[in-house]
Design a protein around this ligand. Structure first.
Ligand SMILES: Cc1cc2nc3c(=O)[nH]c(=O)nc-3n(C[C@H](O)[C@H](O)[C@H](O)COP(=O)(O)O)c2cc1C
Length: 158
C-alpha cells in the first residue's frame, strides 16, 4: 500500500523543516527535508531521502553533511531548496542572491545556513534503505540559535 507525498493522510503530519547542506562534485548543495530524532545518547538523528536526490550522492561521497533547522523567517529557503535539484541548479548562489548568508561549518567541509533555528554537523554513521527512501544517520556536534523559533510545516503549508 502506498502513502504518497501530498496525500491528505500524509498531510496530517506536522513537522519542522530542515535544510541539508552538503558538498559534492557540482559544488555546495542544499535540500529541504523532514527529520526524525532517534537517540539522545549517542546523539543520533535520521534523515530519509529519495534515491534520486543530488544530496544522496554528496552524502555518500563526502560522508558528512550539515543539518540546518529552518527558522520562521526562512521559509523561502525551504521553497528553493525543496523545489529544485542541485544536479541542475546552483541553489546556494540563488539563495545568496536573495540576501541569505552561509557560514563554514566547524568540523566538516560544508556550508551552514546562518541564523537557522539550529545548526548541527554530521558524519555519516549508517545508511539503511527502506522502500523508496534511504535513511542516513548520525550527529557529531550541535549548536543552537536560541533567538530563532523553528519553522513548522503542515498540510503543504509553512
Ligand atoms: C518542506 C519540504 C520537505 C521535504 N522533505 C523531504 C524529505 O524528507 N526527503 C526527501 O527525499 N525529499 C524531501 N523534500 C523534497 C526535496 O527537498 C527536493 O526533492 C529537492 O529538490 C532535492 O534536492 P537535491 O536533488 O538538490 O538533493 C522536501 C521538500 C520540502 C519543500
Amino acid at each position: 500500500m502506498e502513502l504518497p507525498w501530498n496525500d491528505p493522510r500524509s498531510n496530517k503530519f506536522v513537522t519542522t523543516v530542515g535544510l541539508i547542506t552538503s558538498e559534492g562534485v557540482d559544488g555546495p548543495n542544499i535540500m529541504a527535508y523532514e527529520w526524525t530524532h532517534i537517540s539522545y545518547n549517542p546523539r543520533l538523528i535520521a534523515v530519509s531521502l529519495g534515491h534520486t536526490k543530488a544530496t544522496v550522492e554528496n552524502m555518500r561521497n563526502s560522508k558528512e553533511f550539515g543539518i540546518n533547522l529552518c527558522a520562521k523567517d526562512q521559509s523561502i529557503l525551504s521553497s528553493i531548496a525543496g523545489e529544485y535539484s542541485g544536479s541542475k541548479y546552483n541553489k546556494i548562489e540563488a539563495i545568496k542572491e536573495l540576501g541569505f548568508e552561509f557560514i563554514q561549518a566547524n568540523k566538516i567541509k560544508t556550508l551552514m545556513v546562518k541564523y537557522a533555528a539550529l545548526n548541527a554537523e554530521f558524519k555519516l554513521f549508517q545508511e539503511i534503505t527502506f522502500g523508496d527512501h534511504i535513511m542516513f544517520i548520525e550527529v557529531i556536534d550541535a549548536t543552537q540559535n536560541s533567538e530563532k523559533q523553528p519553522l513548522v510545516y503542515h498540510d503543504g503549508k509553512y
